[in-house]
Design a protein around this ligand. Sequence first.
Ligand SMILES: *[C@@H]1O[C@H](CO)[C@@H](O)[C@H](O)[C@H]1NC(C)=O
Ligand SMILES: *[C@@H]1O[C@H](CO)[C@@H](O)[C@H](O)[C@H]1NC(C)=O
Ligand SMILES: *[C@@H]1O[C@H](CO)[C@@H](O)[C@H](O)[C@H]1NC(C)=O
Length: 206
Amino acid sequence: MCSPRIALCLFVAFVSSILSECNGQGYKPAPTCARLECPSYSVVQSEKEFEIRNYNDALWVSSPKIESNTYREGANKGFRIIRDYYRGNNSQQVKINMTAPVLVDVKGSTYAVHFYVPQKYQKSIPAPNSDEIKAVKIPKYKYAAVRRFDGFITNESIPIQVAALKKSLQGTPYQRAAAIDVYTVAGYNSPFNPVNRVNEIVIWFD
Ligand SMILES: *[C@@H]1O[C@H](CO)[C@@H](O)[C@H](O)[C@H]1NC(C)=O
Ligand SMILES: *[C@@H]1O[C@H](CO)[C@@H](O)[C@H](O)[C@H]1NC(C)=O
Ligand SMILES: *[C@@H]1O[C@H](CO)[C@@H](O)[C@H](O)[C@H]1NC(C)=O
């Protein structure tokens, strides 16, 4: 990353930290990923306002699609179904460690929640007690266009962040992603963490 011009690089890092941006090096790992397992990906391109990632294929667990008037209600219902499964409501009654982020696919007014499956169960996971809960492979598309934001995710903040992501993609080699009207909201924090929250809007595309 920094070698061989170490002095210059340290200077750039210093200035970047003052500007609280770090162009070209991608978003920093979410702090939550220091204590919970998170999925792996490589960064294809990083810009100030967005990042293009290539997620590695992995198993996730998905809730059914939930119809709701608000993000919060739809996401909470889906979250509780998968959390219940992770806490031991499964055919083997095993507890599965929580992971991050929680992904919520948003399509119109339907919400589907996904948890990443820890390494221990990537090859084979305990069968759910309901056929509404499914193991799915993510990603389904080659690329993810990602915009990070902080604070609490609300029904009002989501469309603003989605629009900002799409706007930032205009005129880039990835602008085809801006025409896609489904997206995923990634949340890295529990609702009990009031500060330093990390959220992302993800648009998947080929
Ligand atoms: C929540 O946002 C969605 C779309 O982003 C919208 O269709 C819905 O009407 C909003 N609900 C409320 C209660 O504002
Ligand atoms: C589950 O999480 C606990 C607490 O962080 C940790 O001690 C344990 O090793 C984890 N189990 C597995 C299988 O990763
Ligand atoms: C276990 O999961 C099934 C299927 O999702 C659900 O119907 C049932 O209420 C759950 N049981 C408990 C104790 O939460």
